[in-house]
Design a protein around this ligand. Structure first.
Ligand code: GAL
Length: 437
């Protein structure tokens, strides 16, 4: 993983960053509606934490982090600033406006990799936290490849709190049993289509799909690309080393188009948590989603009826979606912010947060017994499988590429035009390559 992440990280560029900022619609979101929150956050001894964790599973897990912080720092008021929208589709734009207005929160959520580096570190919005890494001994308890993606020019800039597996494929056990479908430990692409035909004949959408936020289509495509073309091709495509007219990319787009023949019609109106709810409620067979979906399953106490495999064909690979938190330049409460990061890196906080969130700890010394069978399965996958960064969650690709990827996929999920889709991805890659020069 180390060599791979270095390859991804070294592609960050200042010009790419500027394009990324524009792609996020910077300046389009006013600060007005944030006024009251900002006033509260500026209170004397407080800590304002900015994230997009608002779903039942996400907010429960976030509260566990607040509780861990408060236990170590009694008397500090925690201000929970959230902006709804999976994958941070709205939060990241609001945050850019605040940063450009010189009004950062005390810490914000970001993915390690290109999102952290391109959007926040290179533009100068983050303080290095290398000294905290040293004093807390984090290098001894976290995989070097994760730390590498939280680093820029030999300094560390964020602390990973949990590692999500992006290529989960969740299913409703009752729906499968009622339709005579047996699911093993893995699922091939053709096994999925065989099950999908049975469900279609029974009038059930095989793939519970949502694309309201616009990240679910890209996520389902990257999972399909991994399943069809494998981790080497996946990396080479997102690194710009293989052009998008590649045969593996074409087969993946064709497979994705075929999968879209088995989805619920109202997907454009549904959020990611609505998508997993379709499976929880037995209204769809499967849902392709990162394991924050398992946080929803747990929050709704549905774990007995929900099974999982890797997205069809992607057994043996793990799509990394790693959440972390930063120390801003000009944090209103820098000492509280540093203490927040110390809490997040602790064994106790990671053991409290991740069982609720669906992710596994970034620390390797967490007590495995505290975790569900799903988490233990994911821990084993993390240890043994090919680790590839998510492009849908901006870990593998620049913010500008990510936006183009979202736009292209939003068109594709309705028109299913493979040639146009691949051409749009090729254009985005070319734009990225130009920005990196
Ligand atoms: C991801 C994030 C997860 C989860 C998900 C849906 O980008 O890493 O923690 O929040 O979005 O909102």
């Amino acid at each position: 993983m180390h060599e791979l992440t270095t390859r991804f990280a070294s592609r960050a560029s200042r010009r790419g960053v500027l394009k990324g900022g524009a792609a996020l619609g910077v300046g389009a979101v006013g600060l007005g509606r944030l006024g009251s929150r900002l006033a509260a956050a500026q209170a004397e001894d407080s800590l304002e934490i900015f994230s997009w964790w608002t779903s039942p599973g996400e907010s429960k897990a976030l509260q566990a982090l607040f509780d861990a912080f408060t236990a170590a720092n009694p008397g500090v008021e925690v201000v929970n600033s959230t902006v709804t929208g999976g994958a941070g589709v709205n939060a990241k734009a609001v945050l850019q406006t605040r940063l450009q207005g010189g009004q950062p929160p005390d810490s914000w959520q970001t993915h390690i990799g290109r999102e952290l580096i391109d959007l926040y570190v290179v533009p100068g919005s983050c303080e290095p936290i290398t000294d905290i890494y040293e004093s807390e001994g984090w290098a001894d308890v976290m995989p070097a490849g994760l730390i590498e993606q939280a680093s820029w020019e030999s300094e560390q800039y964020s602390i990973p709190v949990g590692v999500h597996r992006g290529n989960g494929f969740w299913y409703n056990k009752t729906v499968m049993a009622d339709n005579g479908i047996e699911i093993g430990d893995t699922m091939s692409v053709e096994e999925f289509f065989a099950a999908a035909d049975i469900l279609k004949a029974a009038g059930i959408p095989a793939l519970g799909f949502s694309n309201n936020e616009g990240f679910q289509g890209p996520q389902t495509f990257e999972n399909t690309l991994l399943g069809v073309a494998g981790p080497e091709s996946y990396n080479a495509l997102f690194l710009g080393e293989t052009p998008w007219d590649d045969q593996g990319a074409r087969e993946a787009a064709e497979t994705f188009a075929r999968m879209l023949d088995y989805v619920n019609e109202d997907f454009s109106a549904l959020t990611w948590s609505d998508g997993i709810a379709l499976v929880i409620e037995g209204k769809a067979g499967f849902n392709s989603m990162g394991d924050w979906a398992y946080g929803e399953v747990l929050a709704k106490d549905a774990q007995d009826n929900i099974g999982w495999v890797s997205h069809p064909g992607s057994t043996g690979s793990f799509v990394l979606v790693v959440d972390s938190f930063t120390l801003p330049v000009g944090a209103p409460h820098p000492e509280n912010a540093r203490n927040w990061l110390i809490t997040l890196g602790s064994k106790e906080a990671q053991e409290a947060f991740n069982p609720l969130k669906g992710s596994i700890p970034a620390r390797t010394d967490a007590n495995r017994d505290l975790f569900t069978p799903y988490h233990q399965w994911s821990m084993d996958s993390f240890s043994n499988d090919a680790l590839v960064p998510s492009a849908a969650h901006s870990q593998a690709s620049s913010p500008a590429f990510q936006q183009a990827f979202y736009d292209a996929t939003t068109a594709f999920v309705t028109d299913k035009d493979v040639d146009t889709y691949l051409a749009m991805l090729a254009d985005a890659a070319a734009m990225d390559a130009e920005a990196a020069e």
